[in-house]
Design a protein around this ligand. Structure first.
Ligand code: BES
Ligand code: MN
Ligand code: ZN
Length: 511
């Protein structure tokens, strides 16, 4: 999709459809909507007076212009109450509008920037006058690109799938704002396309997205972004003594991979962000096999890997002055005659011994080695992203990702980064008392702590492998996929944490 910003009177926009907006409770349209209304001889005002256009959140009113303006249709999007308007609502409105217009066959669409209003407010809430134009523009671009995403690789073309929005023109009256908005379009495009790349990986089935193929895709993502991609196979993993990762891989015919992204653009002594993403390309549970129902969702058990790889690519394309090392332990978790068994004891790369109680708690095993490996790369901050526990889904549902930390300062940065991205993150406790639950009689730790506090004991297990490096674990088991389309989320992989991690890199830079 071609996206550009033009300085023009909205009423003169030429194309198939134009998106304007209305806050709830206003008696007459304002700003750019008023300009369009004027050119339409008060059509929008008439709809308001008739009680048909109220500006309520989620409302859409499509107006045919009958030749009064160069554009064929005007879509009036309800923005809801002014004081409830947020930057994330800009993304949602933009996504809903783009999807509606695609459905009616529009190809060239225009939009005003929602919420940029008259003011120059900053932050995630518009305050008195509006957001700053650049933030709102970035959110608009993100919403449109994310909302229009489709995974069509394995589907025959249909009448619907042929419908495509070719161009989005953002129409702005004020020439002063133009420069910042152009930059915002570029940023919005980079992070939204990275999110969609992560979605593609999550949606790809386990038979094509093997560990080997994930590594190949990672190499392709590194290309043209000044990232060095290193891929280690079984031989190198044996040399590194990555016995926890190799242990999980034993049940599968597919060889494991350790995928490492190196992005170096930081100052000496500046932040070095270590990212670790769980890359189980299919999780059957292994010998502790899962029930059949919903097992197909476990093709997405590499969503953490997808997030860290895509985020690193976005950080690199944005040329952020920081060091990033992203580490992905990739393997399948399958049962077989050579598979890991309950009762087995593994010695992880760090030297710590692990009693395997349940082979379905495989994520923490592969992450143990990946976290240790990342620490060895001398990272200053460590964040792992993993579809780790069903318990986290029980605790937080599909709205919040769970966060766990050994460093409150880093946690606050991660939560703030999530907030700016429209990705909710909720911290769960990490008291020392929970460590009791994963003590083993025969090894230093065991890989499950029972049903109680399952998300926390999963995090506690990981904490054994991060030492004193400031670390945040993000459990995305409830948020990595969406059951239904909603706003800018499409059904299937969400690409969650890509935008949060990009914002985190920005947060870590001096500002
Ligand atoms: N990949 C799963 C967790 C998961 C569940 C992710 C649902 C997304 C949706 C993980 O490997 C797993 O099986 N965890 C077990 C851990 C238990 C055996 C301690 C779980 O949550 O049941
Ligand atoms: Mn599992
Ligand atoms: Zn898993």
């Amino acid at each position: 999709m071609d996206i550009r910003v033009v300085v023009e009177d909205v009423a003169r926009f030429r194309g198939d459809a134009l998106v304007v907006n209305l806050f709830e409770g206003v008696k007459a349209p304002g700003g750019a909507t008023a300009a369009v209304d004027g050119a339409l001889s008060g059509a929008i005002r008439t709809l308001i007076q008739a009680g048909e256009a109220t500006g309520k959140w989620g409302e859409q009113t499509l107006v045919h212009t009958l030749g009064k303006v160069p554009v064929g249709r005007v879509l009036v999007m309800g923005l809801g109450k002014k004081e409830q308007f947020t930057l994330d609502r800009v993304r949602i409105v933009s996504a809903e509008a783009a999807k509606r217009l695609r459905k009616i066959g529009a190809r060239r669409i225009g939009s005003i920037v929602h919420g940029a209003g008259t003011g120059t407010g900053t932050g995630t809430s518009p305050g008195a006058g509006g957001f700053n134009a650049a933030q709102a523009t970035q959110a608009l671009v993100e919403g449109a690109l994310l909302g229009l995403y489709r995974f069509t690789r394995y589907k025959q073309e249909s009448e619907d799938s042929r419908k495509r929005i070719e161009s989005l023109t953002i129409v702005e009256r004020d020439r002063e704002k133009l420069r910042g908005m152009g930059e915002a379009v570029r940023r919005g495009r980079i992070v939204a396309e990275a999110t969609n790349a992560a979605r593609d990986l999550v949606n790809e089935p386990g038979n094509t997205l093997t560990p080997t193929e994930l590594a190949r895709r990672a190499q392709a993502m590194a290309r043209g972004a000044r990232i060095r991609c290193q891929v280690l196979g079984p031989r190198e993993l044996r040399r590194l003594a990555a016995r926890a990762l190799l242990g999980v891989a034993r049940g599968s015919q597919e060889p494991p991979r350790l995928i490492v992204f190196h992005y170096r653009r930081g100052q000496r002594g500046g932040p070095h962000l270590g990212l670790v993403g769980k890359g189980i390309t299919f999780d059957s549970g292994g010998i502790s096999i899962k029930p059949a129902e919903n097992m197909e969702a476990m093709k997405g058990d590499m969503a953490g890997a997808a997030a860290v790889l895509a985020a690193t690519r976005a950080i690199a394309l944005l040329k952020l002055p920081i060091h990033v090392t992203a580490v992905v332990p990739a393997t399948e978790n399958l049962p077989s005659g050579t598979a890991l068994k309950p009762g087995d004891i593994l010695r992880a790369m760090s030297g710590k011994t692990i009693e395997v109680i349940n082979t379905d708690a495989e994520g923490r095993l592969v992450l143990a080695d990946a976290l240790h490996y990342a620490r060895g790369r001398k990272v200053s901050h460590l964040v792992d992203v993993a579809t780790l526990t069903g318990a986290c889904v029980v605790a937080l549902g599909t709205i919040n990702s769970g966060a766990f930390t050994n460093d409150q300062t880093l946690l606050e940065k991660v939560v703030a980064a999530g907030k700016a991205a429209g990705e909710k993150i909720w911290a769960l406790p990490m008291d020392v008392e929970y460590d009791e639950l994963i003590k083993s009689d025969v090894a230093e730790i065991k890989n499950t702590g029972g049903r109680k506090g399952g998300a926390i004991t999963g995090a506690k297990f990981l904490q054994n492998f991060v030492g004193d490096t400031p670390w945040v674990h993000l459990d995305i088991a409830g948020t990595f996929e969406a059951e239904k389309e909603k706003g800018y989320l499409t059904k299937g992989g969400t690409g969650v944490m890509v935008r949060t991690l990009v914002n985190l890199a920005l947060e870590l830079l001096p500002h």
